[in-house]
Design a protein. Sequence first.
Length: 293
Amino acid sequence: MKDLTKDSVIGFIGTGVMGQSMALHLLDSGFPLVVYNRTKEKALKLIQNGAKWADTPKKVAEVSDIVITIVGYPSDVDEIYLGESGILHHLKQGSIAIDMTTSSPRLAEKIYTCGVDKGVFTLDAPVSGGDIGAKEARLSIMVGGDREPFETVKPLLDLLGTNVVYQGKTGAGQHTKMCNQITIASNMMGVSEALLYAKKSGLDPNNVLKSITSGAAGSWSLSNLVPRMIEEDYAPGFYVKHFIKDLKIALDSAREMDIKTPGLELALSLYEDLALKGEENSGTQALIKLLEA
């Protein structure tokens, strides 16, 4: 395994709402960056700032020492890592691949096994913090995999987040993210109901926030998303369609472990209803629109 140096070439696949900001932090820190995204336009800002463009994930892998991926769905992760032109087939031995997509713990284990066969180290490292956390490099990053590659890339992860925690063996990062999403699922129902209650009772929602964000009800969603809801700003920091994907993964994993998750099940059903009403590309704060209807 190569040491991480300023000459280490970083490949970055997935330059969407969060990925673009994350990749910019790496560029600003002086690392050589090679990028790929299915829609090249979403990578133009990075290219203008000095990143090199690759036409395929395969070409990213061929020139990179470390590859970071943050894409949409587990099916995308599967294709990028394990497909015929997947990066595990083209990374040099001793390279490190870090998947920061919220994906399936089982898929993380499958990728790890393939990586071992190819002489490539893999980590599952999903993130929390949304578009704001990505822009401000304040993400929470939860990491699963072998300890040695984690220690090698931790300085890189520290450029992206303020809370980088090694959770354990492969899949542990994804399982931790499921804990995060289960918590958010019920919390989003609570903050939406609270805002609706405040409005209907004639209160000033902004004044209500001043009172409750610093008390026992305080949460990231309350502080960061309710102000957007008050302003009727439903632009995605995190897409409804991706949240549905996450909740389905969490529910499947919970059922495998024979865990009852009634809050998770209710939240999933509400967000699926919201998507059916045409809000799949809105941010998760759009849940209030379903309750107000």
